[in-house]
Ligand binder design. Sequence first.
Ligand code: PMP
Ligand code: GLN
Length: 385
Amino acid sequence: MKSSAHHLTSKLPKLPDSIFSTMSGLAKEYNAINISQGFPNFEPDPALIELVTKAMKEGYNQYAPLGGIYPLKEVIAEKIAFLYGTKYDPQSEITITVGATQAIFTAISALVWPNDEVIVLKPAYDCYEPAIIANGGIPVLIQLTGKDYAIDWDVFKSHLSDKTRMVIINTPHNPSGMVFSNSDMLMLQSCLKDTNIILLSDEVYEHIVFDNNIHESASKYPDLASRSLVCASFGKTFHATGWKMGYCVAPAELMKEFQKIHEFNVFCVNHPFQRALAEYLKNPAHYLDLGPFYQQKRDLFLTAIKNSRFKFTPTRGTYFQLLDFAEITDESDLDFAERLVKEFGIACIPISVFNKDLVDNNQIRICFAKTTETLLKAAEIITSI
Ligand code: PMP
Ligand code: GLN
């Protein structure tokens, strides 16, 4: 149908197609192994599914309270106190959201004003910049350095100004697998000290860290926590990305503003899933076991591709692994990723789309949240390239 709004001006005129939809679509079309988009190809714990069914049968099928049900917020507060030593008030400082995506959009809508600058570290997950632009803000992009994406804190500091309203960080980092160290967090804390800058910390992979790395939550650093909205995703933690359940925690003053937007965006989120998650989250093993679970998958995959021509450094966190193809071809990462689907039957994500100015570092990202069978099949193809 043709729109009668002839003079429509798009708020997001330069939006590229989602690389996740593109690559998953190509994987389907060419019947390729899909290790592109980040989602598990195995099921959540049947006990968790049972809890959802039970909640529905018990009649939790009407609206939940505005910020989420108290028992879920309470167990989230306990988890954060246990892991990061910070107490959030369940009622005034925690909101249950439709995945982390809604939490991130709501935080930006609530706190970024037209012409405010927002620092985004590139490569960046794709939902930050459109949310900033749709709300009239100006993304200020800082490229992380080298092929392992380190933070140059002098460069970071030089981009802060009295126009900076917000800084967005993501640790563990998608797509690179980099994790912020304790000294990174202390540097960030000192850079933001004595400013009014708000920190939006995307920590959806908080439980997926490997080797001797520790997840350094913004919640753990008092001077950061006091200016931070921290976003999390049950989709990542409980192998249920299609449930779109997450949460945001922040000091009461920030959370109050967050909830003003949340109220008129969704009001409340899926009730029976909240009931189920409140029960399931009571057992810390359900999130503490996630790191070892995915480390085993990472190691299985990396051992299986050790004789391939791709170069890699084992990822430190997330369920993503970067593979460097510089010694295989001088094609662009986009062309190479397309050829991998069409000629080799394997779909991955080219990294340039996340980088500042689409810088091409000859890297692709694979997702190892897959069954052993899929990982071994994928590894066989990768080793043959
Ligand atoms: N942030 C990052 C870094 C992600 O990788 C993702 C998801 N895939 C999200 C946010 C969004 O999470 P959700 O699916 O819970 O909306
Ligand atoms: N976060 C997932 C990834 O990085 C994809 C989510 C999406 O499809 N938007 O692959």
